[in-house]
Design a protein around this ligand. Structure first.
Ligand SMILES: O=C(O)C1=C[C@@H](OP(=O)(O)O)[C@@H](O)[C@H](O)C1
Ligand SMILES: C=C(OP(=O)(O)O)C(=O)O
Length: 446
């Protein structure tokens, strides 16, 4: 079969979103479900697993370290855990593709093993900052060599033992927190991490589900090394980060009425709901329930006129992956929206502040990038094809690609988006699902 080198989305303007949809499983929870079940004792049965490239990269890494994993088949995975000390040396570098979560969490988990590993990734992952994990891990006794700029490849050397640390995190990052907690499982004594603001707490919740004691007091999370994880049953909720594109789409497209089923509404992830509601969105959380230790709801979204807002900084870590979609809502809102305190967006799969500003400007929207955020003046979206240069460049960033696809619902002409192959990392089947809801989207592979 010929190699596909690019995927473009061609999206026709207008329309509305209708019906009931279930978006794929949560990416953060899927990664952790494999990592913790692999080092648990006994079998873990996972349902709702995200069969996207990022979570599959984590799964493949553990297979290569000798863990028997059945599936995934229709989101079902069975992992035969090898226990905390049962992983084996892989026969070469572990390729984590585009996935920052895999690389940062695995750095912690592998820092205390008795064998060396090398972690590599694609061009985007190879540019992302890793010192935020390698430096605190080094103070625990880990030996991890990176490039001179502190990026991958990461060479992790075996050490005789790690020791627990007390660490005040300079950035609000669930990946840093999780990396240190995973290293803490292998460390002598207590590991205590303090976060500057709440970030997603899936690691803490899931460790508890595996029977591993974790103490959470305010912003402080503590655990002691040397315990045991016991295999269990896990159900992965639908990903609120994937649902966000549809929440924004249904909000901006007149006449929309959409139900998103079984979406995770963990309080550390609901920033997008809070922010869209502040902008005037009509979002109802229905049938709230707990599934596998995570709160879940059906989310009904009906179109509503949106207004620009100053986004509260305390919402930034709670909506960190949803800003590309939120910027589309801001472009369709009346007045100005201002985001500050979000410099982290510059070190994701792309520089999400600059890349979104460039795309919005192509659509005729006034967007002013700032070092730590973006100012957007809502207006009338044009056509990306009509603009100079034609089309939007997603820069290989899945969330940029899906955000501009959704923008077509309110655009004045067709939108073409190139470099969309990585949509597969978090949301396989996005275009087909969006089409069933009413988006006029076509995929072109070249
Ligand atoms: O822990 C996680 O699963 C994630 C944490 C966030 O990254 P940071 O920790 O860098 O904020 C988020 O952007 C990423 O998509 C997933
Ligand atoms: C930032 C993201 O993921 P990661 O850091 O795992 O690459 C994302 O999915 O938006």
């Amino acid at each position: 079969m010929a190699q596909v080198s690019d995927l473009r989305f061609l999206v026709t303007p207008g329309g509305s979103l209708q019906g009931r949809l279930r978006v794929p499983g949560d990416k953060s929870v899927s990664h952790r479900s494999i990592m913790l079940s692999a080092i648990a004792e006994g079998e873990t049965h996972i349902t709702g697993f995200l069969e996207g490239a990022d979570a599959l990269a984590t799964l493949a890494a553990f297979r290569r370290m000798g863990v028997e994993i059945e599936g995934p088949r229709d989101g079902e995975v069975r992992v035969r855990g090898v226990g905390l000390r049962g992983l084996r040396a892989p026969d070469g570098p572990l390729d984590l593709g585009n996935s920052g979560t895999s690389m940062r969490l695995l750095s912690g988990l592998l820092a205390g093993q008795s064998f060396p590993t090398t972690l590599i990734g694609d061009a985007s992952l190879t540019k992302r900052p890793m010192r935020r994990v390698t430096e605190p891990l080094a103070t625990m006794g880990a030996r991890i060599n990176s490039s001179e700029t502190g990026t991958a490849p990461l060479h992790i050397e075996p050490v005789s033992g790690l020791s627990g640390i007390r660490y005040e995190m300079p950035v609000a990052s669930a990946q840093v927190k999780s990396s240190l907690l995973l290293a803490g499982l292998y460390a002598e004594g207590e590991t205590c991490v303090t976060e500057p603001a709440p970030t997603r707490d899936h690691t803490e919740r899931m460790l508890t589900a595996f029977g591993y004691p974790v103490q959470v007091e305010g912003s402080r999370i503590r655990l002691c090394g040397g315990g045991r994880l016991k295999g269990c049953r896990l159900r992965v909720p639908s990903d609120i980060s994937s649902a966000a594109f549809f929440m924004v789409g249904a909000s901006i497209a007149p006449g929309s009425d959409l139900l998103l089923e079984g979406v995770g509404i963990n309080p550390t992830r609901v920033g997008v709901v809070n922010i869209l509601r502040l902008m005037g969105a009509d979002i109802a959380l229905l049938d709230e329930r707990l599934e596998g230790g995570e709160p879940v709801a059906d989310i009904r979204v009906r179109s509503a006129p949106l207004k620009g807002i100053r986004i509260p900084e305390d919402q930034v870590p709670l909506a960190i992956d949803e800003f590309p979609a939120i910027f589309i809502a801001a472009a369709c809102a009346e007045g100005e929206t201002l985001l500050t305190g979000a410099e982290e967006l510059r070190v994701k799969e792309s520089d999400r502040i600059q890349v979104m500003a460039d795309g919005l400007m192509k659509l005729g929207i006034e967007a002013e990038p700032r070092p730590d955020g973006l100012r957007i003046l809502g207006g009338t979206l044009g056509s990306a094809l009509a603009s100079e240069g034609g089309g939007i460049d997603a820069h290989g960033d899945h969330r940029i690609a899906m955000s501009f696809a959704i923008a077509a619902l309110r655009a004045g002409g067709p939108i073409e988006i190139r470099d969309c192959l990585n949509v597969e990392t978090s949301f396989p089947g996005f275009a087909a699902l969006a089409e069933t809801a009413g988006l006029g989207i076509r995929e072109v592979r070249t």
